[in-house]
Design a protein around this ligand. Structure first.
Ligand code: SF4
Length: 400
């Protein structure tokens, strides 16, 4: 264990009033993990945390150092910016160079295209005279675009968590017709299913349990993860984002593994229910339809994306409006910049430190690959907080 994690004051900062519970959980996790390791005669027990924010919590607080070294907590594809295909970055760069105003979230500005031609990201496109505006929400873009009155496009990145706000604005007529929507919204359960099969088909060390995403599940409900225990015998816990939530999830997964009983548990029951937010789900269904969609570094996954449907498609779809084709598998071949291993990082078979460019030619101040761009990207999180060798939290007392 890192010496700073032996410091009671540091532990108190991390777990606050939950410190006694955290110390109990730590002991329980070691006990369960050792029992499973001895029984199954395995060298490692792999648990996937799907969500980028869980990776942030785990890494920032150095939680891996409280766990047995053979307990391998790996990150999954749960960062929407990381998995947005380069093709859509190319599209908005091209449109910006033609005078179309582009609205984007701040963490997508430095998402690289893989074209060699300049500019290579929206930040460069803006420096080159392109009209690129950073917004905090789709509604901000809609408001600004209404007063602007000319052709503009919103780069609609996100998971199920963001989709209801897009759907509401579009359905309720809050979006002016001159603002088009480029949907790169992705659905998380199909990606989780893809990842499990990816391991199975390649005979890789199997994932033994899943920490399911808390934010997404506030919308989808835990029901969306039911297939994991039912079809893949995987203990699954929908968890929150405090350090204590992550320890609780790991302990619950290990308990199920120890008892050979796969089920789904909702640890984040202060916000997540079994059925989720039925109003938000209804909005998504009304405005969007599921489509086969590409994930950057991974490939096309059936029914894993959302595109506008019916009258909303006709009125707002950016690609249709500008006569641009959608991404095809052939185009997708040019998805990652050379030497970037994000495709392996997002499915948890490589760690950021396995990449030869990590903190050399790729860093948070100069990202080369998509996993280094967003605060939720695994490479970015490891770069800032040390990954497997975390740094002390330096007075940060939780929450993040
Ligand atoms: Fe890609 Fe950079 Fe991560 Fe390497 S360190 S996998 S180049 S994002």
């Amino acid at each position: 264990m890192k010496s700073w994690l032996k410091d009671p004051d540091v532990l108190k900062q991390i777990f606050r009033q939950n410190l006694p519970l955290a110390l109990d959980l730590k002991k329980t996790i070691w006990r369960y993990a050792n029992t499973i390791k001895e029984r199954e005669k395995c060298d490692s027990i792999k648990i996937m945390n799907f969500c980028g924010t869980h990776e942030w919590t785990t890494t920032y607080y150095g939680l891996r150092n409280l766990l047995p070294p053979f307990l391998d907590l790996v990150a999954g594809p749960g960062c929407p910016v990381c998995v947005t295909p380069a093709y859509y970055v190319d599209v908005v760069i091209r449109l910006a160079s033609k005078g179309v105003r582009i609205y984007t979230y701040g963490d997508s500005l430095r998402l690289r295209s893989v074209r060699s031609s300049y500019p290579s990201d929206l930040e460069e496109a803006r420096a080159n005279g392109g009209d690129v505006k950073v917004v905090y929400s789709f509604l901000d873009a809609a408001k600004d675009s209404r007063s602007y009155g000319k052709e503009s496009v919103f780069l609609g990145i996100g998971f199920e968590t963001t989709a209801p706000s897009y759907a509401l604005a579009i359905k309720e007529g809050m979006v002016p017709e001159n603002l088009k929507f480029l949907s790169t919204v992705r659905l998380t359960p199909p990606a989780m299913e893809y990842t499990i099969k990816f391991y199975q088909e390649r005979g890789l060390l199997p994932i033994k349990g899943v920490i399911a995403p808390g934010h997404v599940s506030t919308i989808t409900g835990a029901v969306e993860w039911e297939f994991l225990p039912r079809e893949h015998s995987l203990p699954t816990v929908v968890a929150g984002f405090e350090p204590i939530d992550v320890l609780m999830a790991v302990a619950q997964i290990l308990l199920m593994l120890k008892n050979n009983k796969a089920a789904i548990k909702i640890e984040y029951n202060r916000l997540v229910s079994w059925d989720g937010n039925t109003y938000a789900k209804g909005l998504i269904e009304e405005v969007f339809e599921k489509t086969n969609a590409a994930w950057r570094g991974i490939g096309f996954i059936p029914k894993s994306g959302l595109k506008l449907k019916g009258k909303f498609f006709k009125k707002y779809d950016a690609l249709a409006h500008f006569g641009m084709p959608d991404l095809t598998p052939k185009e997708w071949e040019h998805d990652l910049p050379p030497k970037c291993r994000c495709g392996e990082v997002v499915v948890g078979i490589a760690k950021p430190t396995d990449c030869s460019l990590f903190m050399k030619d790729c860093s948070p101040t100069k990202p080369w690959g998509p996993c280094m761009v967003s605060f939720e990207g695994t490479c970015n999180v490891w770069a800032r907080y040390g990954g497997g060798s975390p740094v002390p939290p330096e007075g940060h007392a939780g929450g993040g």
